[in-house]
Ligand binder design. Structure first.
Ligand SMILES: Cc1ncc(COP(=O)(O)O)c(C=O)c1O
Length: 357
């Protein structure tokens, strides 16, 4: 029998979160960002579940877009990094993929290949990818007829600090983007990640691009997904495989880093960093058993971790421990591990079966 360590995927919660994003977007439409294997939830599973609602999907690379097509879904798929090779443009035309072209090299390929509909990336301050605002006029002029015959769909930019309500950078990037794209009011615009959905007054133009919020985790510093009205989609759970008392003065696990101050009933849970549970989550990171919150003890091993069962004396071997999900948000665990929910969700390894509820 396989071990009962699983990631349960709640597709109703996913749809709830998408519908919230769409409602927040108002007259804009929300393309569902499903890159990185649907943020660890399974790209095909997620895309199929959203296919009745989402009019477009967005991914990082062409392999992910092809997975959506091979699953039989017909929505246009936006390639957020454009194409990585000239030959990929043929696939884009054939499958209605919309690359976001971000550099002159990609535009050169476009000039000598089959031409899909595409977007242009504008660098408004993130300084990862995109054309500078002041060169946009020349870039569009250089596209010749592609700019006016419907092949150029519009402009995309990405925010650096939308997760931080105290930062002025999002307003400044928005102003730069508006100025840079004002000459082409007939073309579409897309700026907003999940965090932009939670900024009041933030224009989302024609298409927003929510990712993390669809999965119920928080895009905002200092808030959990449920505090923002999101429903967790993934519940990561694993069985208690042993319980014991450690005596006052005894230590638990590698490095003997946690030492019992008093006799303590503890349990071992069959999950570890080999499953994608973060090794940096230390003592006091929350988990839950039988609906009660408990805490981790000591260091996370590759296949196991220890929990304090003082608060759940009825817990027995075989009971399932929730590492994150509806009782403990992935955002809380991420904060204890010094990271973000994005990394935890995308990091659950292939050893953990995803099971749909
Ligand atoms: C260009 C772009 N748009 C949208 C998203 C979605 O962002 P989030 O998951 O924060 O909503 C990402 C994610 O990294 C991205 O790179």
């Amino acid at each position: 029998m396989p071990r009962s360590t699983v990631a349960r995927i709640n597709l109703d919660a996913l749809r709830h979160n998408y519908r919230l994003a769409q409602a927040q977007a108002g007259s804009a439409r929300a393309m569902a960002v499903v890159k990185a294997d649907g943020y660890g939830h399974g790209i095909v599973r997620v895309a199929r579940a959203l296919a009745g609602d989402a009019e477009k999907f967005a991914v990082a690379c062409i392999e992910e877009a092809l997975a959506i097509r091979q699953a039989g879904l017909g929505q246009p798929v936006v390639l957020l990094q454009g194409v990585h090779a000239r030959e990929d443009l043929r696939d884009c035309v054939q499958h209605d993929f919309e690359p976001v072209m971000h550099c002159h090299g990609q535009l050169d390929w476009l000039a000598s290949s089959p031409q899909p509909r595409f977007w242009l990336k504008v660098n408004t301050g993130m300084n990862r990818l995109g054309f500078r605002p002041e060169e946009l006029g020349a870039v569009v002029a250089g596209l010749g007829p592609l700019a006016s015959n419907g092949q150029l769909l519009g402009f995309v930019t990405h925010f650096a600090c939308a997760d931080d309500p105290d930062s002025g950078m999002t307003d400044s990037q928005t102003r730069v983007f508006e100025g840079a794209t004002a000459a082409w009011p007939e073309l579409m615009r897309s700026v907003g990640n999940s965090a932009a959905h939670f900024r009041s007054g933030q224009p989302l133009y024609d298409w927003s691009r929510p990712g993390i919020m669809l999965y119920g985790a928080s895009p905002m510093i200092g808030k959990t997904g449920p505090e923002l009205g999101l429903q967790p989609v993934m519940t990561l759970e694993a069985p208690l495989i042993s319980t014991r008392f450690v005596r006052a003065g005894e230590s638990v696990g590698y490095g003997a880093s946690w030492v019992a101050q008093k006799d303590t009933r503890m349990g071992m849970v069959a999950i570890g960093y080999g499953d994608g549970y973060p090794r940096h989550a230390g003592t006091d990171t929350p988990a839950a058993v039988l609906g009660k919150r408990i805490r981790l003890l000591g260091r996370v091993s590759m296949d196991m971790l220890a929990v304090d069962l003082t608060g759940a004396p009825e817990a027995r071997e075989g009971d399932l421990v929730e590492l994150w999900g509806t009782t403990v948000s992935v955002d809380e665990v991420a904060s204890c591990a010094g990271t973000i929910g994005y990394e935890l969700l995308t990091g659950v390894t292939a050893r953990v079966p995803r099971v749909c509820e």
